[in-house]
Design a binder for this molecule. Structure first.
Ligand code: PMP
Ligand code: GLN
Length: 382
């Protein structure tokens, strides 16, 4: 992520997707589906363009999308929000994260994150001149140890970034862990930022929105992604919800990052958020079958694979088939057998990369034919 001189480098997702393109590989790296979301959303986006909704939307997002986000949070999470003051639409969850970190963190403050972690967290800590403090998630359960969490959060902590369901491990954090995080945040006067972009893609267990826990709402910003929820990652519609004073601080930065974005996709995501629960379940069940297909295929090839409870990704241990350096393996796979995966070490801080050295993340949000072709190619591995 950072060069030895501390400069930001290209993202692992950009590098690996480019390698997939140039080598004609099956791309099980970057997390985007190779299918589009519900037809109603696609139709609404086309209609919105035809209706002429092609100019700047309002800085907080369209009133209708903000209302739909608030309705969705109430319907699925029991969290009540004022759509005018407590909801902000962003250019993907990525911008929500960026504006939150840049808007709320002072140089030298701590940001606590789980490790491995989505790469933007580390980059944003760097941009904010903050210190990243990591709590490891260990193979194969990938649940944080409560004592390690207690040690990580101190009076220096400004943000505790929670990511559940978790990228890249597919872990769903337990209610007791989330309760502990709320307690620690209150004790040390920290703000909780919870990245819940995979909230509807839980196969085993239950997604608990941390904002719904007692004592959490007044210090929690929750982040969601229309792209991830509805399999339209290129649309880049995200949101952040929480107390009005915190949203104001995030908006203050957001207006100078993008000002606004994704105009005609905002009404389309509003349509998605109002779909009946059964439609969310259908998409989740389709993805669960893909998870099962990939995990079974990897295991049948001798690769030890942790079962992800949620999300887009499964993690395999390449050491189980004799490869201890997954970064080196992931650079060779595209050219030698035409498959792309992501080395988990690329999603770690340098100090902890060694602990994740042999792990590879494979995306299963792909058509069955693509997953099967990827697995056939793995058989060519010498
Ligand atoms: N957070 C996590 C954990 C992610 O995996 C991603 C990637 N989709 C994002 C945030 C960014 O989401 P978006 O594409 O909506 O910017
Ligand atoms: N969230 C996706 C992943 O983890 C895509 C990330 C990206 O391209 N920045 O692969």
């Amino acid at each position: 992520l950072l060069s030895p001189s501390g400069e930001l480098q290209g993202t692992v997702f950009g590098e690996m997707s480019e390698l997939a393109r140039t080598t004609g590989s099956v791309n099980l790296g970057q997390g985007f589906p190779d299918y589009s979301g519900p037809q109603e959303l696609l139709d609404e986006a086309i209609d919105a363009i035809s209706r002429g909704e092609n100019q700047y939307p309002p800085p907080r997002g369209t009133a209708d999308l903000r209302a739909a986000i608030a309705e969705h949070q109430l319907r699925f999470r029991g969290v009540s929000l004022d759509p005018d003051r407590e909801v902000l639409v962003t250019v993907g969850a990525t911008e929500a994260l960026a504006a939150t970190v840049l808007g709320l963190v002072e140089p030298g403050e701590d940001i606590v994150v789980l490790e491995p972690h989505y790469d933007a967290y580390g980059a944003l800590a760097h941009l904010a001149d903050a210190r990243l403090v990591t709590v490891p998630l260990r193979w194969p359960e990938f649940q944080p140890d409560h004592d390690e969490l207690r040690r990580a959060v101190t009076d220096r902590t400004r943000l505790i970034v929670v990511n559940t369901p978790h990228n890249p491990t597919g872990a769903v954090l337990r209610r007791e862990t989330l309760q502990l995080i709320v307690e620690l945040a209150a004790r040390h006067d920290a703000i909780i930022v919870t990245d819940e972009v995979y909230e509807h893609l839980v196969f085993d267990g239950e997604h608990v929105a941390i904002a719904s826990l007692p004592g959490a709402a007044s210090r929690t910003l929750s982040i969601g992604s229309g792209g991830k929820t509805f399999s339209v990652t290129g649309w880049k519609v995200g949101w952040v919800t929480g107390p009005a004073t915190l949203i104001e601080a995030v908006l203050a930065v957001k207006q100078y990052l993008s000002y606004v974005g994704s105009g005609p996709f905002q009404p389309a995501i509003a349509v998605g958020l109002r779909l009946p629960a059964a439609r969310f379940d259908q998409d989740r069940d389709r993805l669960r079958a893909k998870r099962d297909l990939l995990v079974t295929a990897l295991r049948s090839r001798g690769l030890e694979t942790a079962t992800p409870s949620a999300g887009y990704f499964a993690i395999a241990d390449a050491a189980s088939i004799g490869y201890t350096d997954a970064t080196e393996l992931c650079r060779r796979l595209p050219r030698e057998i035409g498959v792309v995966g992501i080395p988990v070490a690329a999603l770690c801080t340098p100090e902890r990369q060694g602990d994740y050295r042999s792990l590879v993340r494979f995306a299963f949000c792909k058509s069955d034919a693509v997953l099967e072709e990827g697995m056939r190619r793995l058989d060519r591995l010498g």
